[in-house]
Unconditional design. Structure first.
Length: 128
């Protein structure tokens, strides 16, 4: 089964040895997106809401580069630097996902790259 990288300048470039996304076996596996502005590399703001909004927009742009939308997302994982931000991130997340919402896990982690407050990854089905 071939693995095909997916990349877009509309999302931050990888800051390590990984791809923005990989398509394989009829699915798209999207790397976690921080709330970074792809043009500047800076966080969208210090608040978790601004970072979550940018992370979801970055994820949308990666999905779009593969011909997908949030309608195609089957699973997401949200990583929070502070679980107390759950409700705020949940509100932002809910504005992007479609019904029925994808399966999801949300976990608190010790730290995120570049001192981010939220990172979001997704798995989507590829359109035929």
């Amino acid at each position: 089964m071939p693995r095909t990288p997916v990349a877009t300048p509309q999302a931050p470039a990888a800051i390590g040895p990984y791809s923005q996304a990989i398509s394989a076996g009829g699915f798209l596996f999207c790397s976690g997106q921080l709330g970074l502005d792809p043009a500047t590399g800076d966080f969208a703001g210090p608040g978790v809401e601004a970072q979550a909004e940018r992370a979801m927009a970055n994820l949308r742009n990666v999905l779009d580069a593969a011909g997908c939308t949030f309608d195609d997302v089957v699973k997401t994982t949200i990583f929070l630097a502070d679980i107390a931000d759950f409700a705020a991130v949940n509100a932002v997340y809910g504005r992007f996902v479609t019904d029925p919402p994808p399966a999801r896990s949300t976990v608190q982690v010790a730290a995120l790259p570049k001192g981010g407050r939220v990172e979001i990854e997704a798995i989507a089905r590829l359109r035929a």
